[in-house]
Ligand binder design. Structure first.
Ligand code: NAP
Ligand code: MG
Length: 398
């Protein structure tokens, strides 16, 4: 066959450690034989971030604004150990944080559902996608230990000097307090990203906060979502046959447990942090979670939800065989290729993405899988493959 052509590039963000190795294997075995792969390549591996003083991360995010579609490999977020290991000039920031700040995006995390890797919750038949608002609240909070009796107040000082005060508490003894904030702009971007993504994947959108208790803070989230929905999205949702559903966070949790899945659940920052870990562990494995960053302008960056799988990489460096699961990274590629195809009217590219996903799922469902899945599957006598043989088994099916 002729290789599939691509008119517009995808932004390719390479990464670190074991996932960098999988990245090359995926390209060599599953993509390059079939596609005239057109990417603008950015090396976000830590060595090159160091060499460019992290400019490469910023450049890759700006390129994503230009081309609207990116695929990213997992990257090291430096900590003190990494500063030593890589002799870094600085503890560079998390690339995901930098990219998210430039794109002003929301992260959607969804499990890849496969027969034989069953969720702990029996009635979950379809993926539940969590959208986490990634700005503010307790993550940008200010806290204080109150040593003893005294008054704590919230004070807003306007630019003209006028003040608004609210009593938090008249302390009789020691205690604690906390101040936090959010921004209407950020909540609006979050809302638009969620509505856009729901339309994109044609699934219902749920949103939940604790507005009955938090009558101003959480209620503002609820109001902003409702206003934007009515003004910009209600008709589009009707046309797409999907719904927007707001409910209290505790009601949402109860409904999620009893649902069969197949919707997006938008959460405030803290709720999303907690619920995404619950959903991913209940669906089976972090290695089967994809993640997509969607900007309010409709730019898409696809990646695996897991990290660079450092422990496997060190085994690999010692010459030991690894059995690292490449499914989420493969689905990051298929997500980006399908989106590129959709933007460019390239149906061959979209069909290829579907076929590669199907080949991947069929490989697992036929009993060929990596070790992490073999440990949790209900399929009898699975064949455990190493990192490369698993990708080659998919290539054979493809
Ligand atoms: P991790 O890479 O997600 O791996 C944690 C453990 O989960 C692994 O040791 C492995 O368990 C299992 N695992 C994760 N992905 C797997 C896969 N594809 N196949 C098989 N098993 C898998 O998290 P980490 O070790 O805490 O972090 C390593 C580095 O990744 C850190 O430098 C961190 O900064 C970075 N990170 C990057 C991103 C990102 O770029 N989006 C996200 C998270 C972390 P076993 O060892 O038991 O086999
Ligand atoms: Mg968490």
């Amino acid at each position: 066959m002729d290789k599939i052509k691509m008119t517009t590039p995808i932004v390719e963000m390479d990464g670190d450690e074991m996932t960098r190795i999988l990245w090359q294997m995926i390209k060599d075995n599953l993509l390059l034989p079939y596609i005239d792969l057109n990417t603008e390549y950015y090396d976000l591996g830590l060595a090159y971030r160091e060499e460019t003083n992290d400019q490469v991360t910023i450049d890759s995010a700006n390129a994503t604004k230009k081309y609207k579609v990116a695929v990213k490999c997992a990257t090291i977020t430096p900590n003190a150990d990494r500063v030593k290991e890589y002799s870094l000039k600085e503890m560079w920031k998390s690339p995901n944080g930098t990219i998210r700040a430039i794109l002003d995006g929301t992260v959607f995390r969804a499990p890849i559902v496969v027969k034989g890797i069953d969720p702990c919750v029996k009635n979950w038949k379809k993926p539940i996608t969590i959208a986490r608002h990634a700005y503010g609240d307790v993550y940008k909070g200010t806290e204080m230990k109150i040593p003893g009796a005294g008054k704590v107040e919230l004070v807003y000082t306007a630019e003209d000097g006028t003040e608004i005060r609210e009593l938090i508490h008249n302390f009789k003894g020691a205690g604690i307090t906390q101040g936090m904030h959010n921004l209407n702009d950020s909540i609006e971007s979050f809302a638009r990203s969620c509505f856009n993504y729901a339309l994109d994947i044609k699934q219902d959108l749920w949103f939940s906060t604790k507005d009955t208790i938090s009558k101003k803070y959480d209620h503002t989230f609820k109001d902003i979502f409702q206003e934007i929905f009515e003004a910009e999205y209600e008709d589009k949702f009707k046309e797409a046959g999907i719904t927007y559903f707001y409910t209290l966070i505790d009601d949402a949790v109860a409904r999620v447990m009893k649902s069969e899945g197949g919707y997006i659940w938008a959460c405030k920052n803290y709720d999303g942090d907690v619920m995404s870990d619950m959903i991913s562990s209940a669906f089976g494995s972090l290695a089967m979670m994809t993640s997509v960053l969607v900007s309010p302008n409709g730019d898409f960056e696809y990646e695996a939800a897991h990290g660079t799988v450092q422990r496997h990489y060190y085994n690999h460096l010692k010459g030991q065989e690894t059995s690292t699961n490449s499914v989420a990274t493969i689905f990051a590629w298929t997500g980006a290729l399908r989106k590129r195809g959709e933007f460019d009217g390239n149906s061959e590219l979209m069909a290829f993405a579907d076929k590669l996903e199907k080949a991947t799922i069929d490989t697992i469902e036929s009993g060929e899988m990596t070790k992490d899945l073999a440990l949790i599957t209900t399929i009898a006598n699975p064949t455990v493959l190493n990192s490369e043989d698993f990708i080659k088994a998919i290539a054979t099916r493809l």
